[in-house]
Design a protein around this ligand. Structure first.
Ligand code: FES
Length: 152
């Protein structure tokens, strides 16, 4: 309910602004971490759009997410130096261990995997970021240890 009134307040703040739709969506994502599906009807009404049009805008900009972020964010480097040092095998191990779906979320919702293209740690490949922290020269054992801390 608190979230709903926050959404309503933001919608009314931005609806008066010309071109207010994108700033509103960014404001929602900044505050809530995502743009809830449940907000679509209100947004559509406020901006005189169809719900499909609002969803179209949301899916056009890949930055927007429609579900809360997972507890842990893992960005595995898939650029050349890391590829040559085995990042693909790490990705496969991750998928096997965590049951990632097509969107890169683990079955328990605790972990989200996304690729990144070079973390500036090529000399210490393969590299990954877990919740913003860089881990380099990651091998299977190190990956398992990191995962153990993430998954219930
Ligand atoms: Fe992976 Fe540069 S290629 S850190």
């Amino acid at each position: 309910a608190e979230q709903q009134s926050r959404i309503a307040a933001l919608v009314s703040d931005y609806q008066a602004q010309p071109g207010g739709l994108l700033p509103l969506l960014h404001a929602l994502q900044d505050e809530l971490g995502y743009v809830p599906d449940a907000a679509t009807p209100d947004i559509a009404r406020a901006f005189r759009l169809s719900q499909a049009e609002v969803r179209g805008v949301l899916s056009f900009y890949h930055d927007f997410r429609s579900a809360p972020p997972a507890r842990h964010q893992l960005r595995l480097c898939r650029a050349e130096a890391c590829q040559s040092m085995g990042s693909e095998a790490l990705a496969q191990r991750l998928r096997a261990r965590t049951g990632l779906d097509d969107a890169g979320r683990s079955a328990d919702g605790g972990l989200e995997l996304r690729p990144v293209y070079c973390l500036g740690a090529c000399a210490c490949a393969p590299a990954l970021l877990l919740d913003g922290e860089l881990h380099a020269r990651v091998d299977a054992a190190a990956l398992d240890a990191l995962l153990a801390g993430c998954l219930e």
